[in-house]
Design a protein around this ligand. Structure first.
Ligand code: GUN
Length: 291
């Protein structure tokens, strides 16, 4: 069993990006600049956004953090997005989700200029991914594809179960895995799937992205399977400084011994998400997606 080291691959990607930034600086070109919009004080969102800003520093990007209180009006937020859309200094930006209930996430995402949508959430980018066109790909699925590539995991003709159909992970994951050149046969499973165990037992690759801690158990996985755990449920813990620990969607102790490859939580998919976001920002800075 090979433990997929997302932390190490993400560090390699960050070094590659930092090398690109050095070339950009040497050529006197514009340094990539990522902005993040954070509404409210949700613990998870605070942690993720802080990690994104820190990662920018690490690779030599400029970053801007824009904060709003929970009670910010939808219009105020849309005005901010409009000004980021217009600001030539900003190569890409993200609006951290979830947003307070009185603000429509759909409206907010649609108001982001697709050319600056480095999260890859805008329907234009989602549609371009489906059509096999150059696009900003949602960071988590993009990161998982990169893990499969860098670990040289065979995908051609493999059966793959994606568990969970979120717009951010499961659905785009199913599209990427079925693309020409990747060539998996994908089953997208969800809460209404009747024979999930039968499907997962017959799958060469399983991507667990449903957000239910330890959902995937040993009896649901065949010998030699590749298991990618996207779960990041925060549970209270007295063993960590923060008072929380992350729990994956896979019952690791049962599943790992059966696998050819598996991602741990933490240290698997999570670190790749930030590396992918930085990579998308670099692509935007270099006009690689939208010419
Ligand atoms: N909330 C959880 N994950 C993400 C992400 O990748 N991007 C944004 N903007 N919000 C999130």
């Amino acid at each position: 069993m090979v433990l997929i080291d997302g932390k190490e691959i993400a560090a390699t990607i960050k070094t590659e990006i930092a090398d690109e930034v050095a070339k950009i600086i040497a050529a006197g070109m514009k340094i990539p600049h990522l902005a993040a919009v954070l509404v409210g004080h949700d613990g998870g969102s605070e942690t993720y956004v802080a990690a994104k800003v820190k990662a920018c520093e690490l690779v030599g990007f400029e970053s801007t953090l824009i904060r709003f209180e929970d009670k910010v009006s939808e219009q105020e937020l849309l005005d901010c997005i409009n000004s980021l859309n217009q600001n030539p200094a900003i190569d890409g930006f993200i609006v951290q989700l979830p947003l307070p209930k009185h603000i429509s996430e759909e409206k907010v995402i649609e108001s982001i200029d697709p050319k600056k949508d480095v999260d890859g959430f805008h329907p234009v980018n989602v549609g371009r991914v489906v059509a096999g066109m150059p696009a900003f790909v949602s960071a988590t699925p993009f990161g998982i594809m990169e893990l499969l590539r860098r670990y040289k995991i065979e995908t051609k003709g493999k059966s793959c179960a994606v568990i969970g159909r979120s717009n951010i992970v499961g659905r785009p994951m199913s599209i990427l895995l079925s693309q020409k050149g990747v060539d998996c046969t994908v089953t997208l499973c969800h809460s209404r799937t009747k024979n999930l165990k039968e499907i997962s037992l017959n799958s060469d690759i399983i991507v667990a992205a449903l957000g239910m801690p330890e959902f995937l158990t040993g009896d649901m996985v065949k010998e030699g399977a590749v298991v990618i755990d996207v779960g990041t449920t925060r549970v209270v813990s007295d063993q960590t400084k923060s008072g929380f620990k992350l729990k994956g969607d896979v019952k690791f102790d049962e599943v790992a011994p059966k696998c050819s490859f598996i991602t741990p939580v933490p240290g698997g998919v999570g670190p790749m998400t930030i590396a992918s976001l930085l990579y998308n920002t670099l692509l935007s800075n270099q006009h690689k997606i939208y010419k």
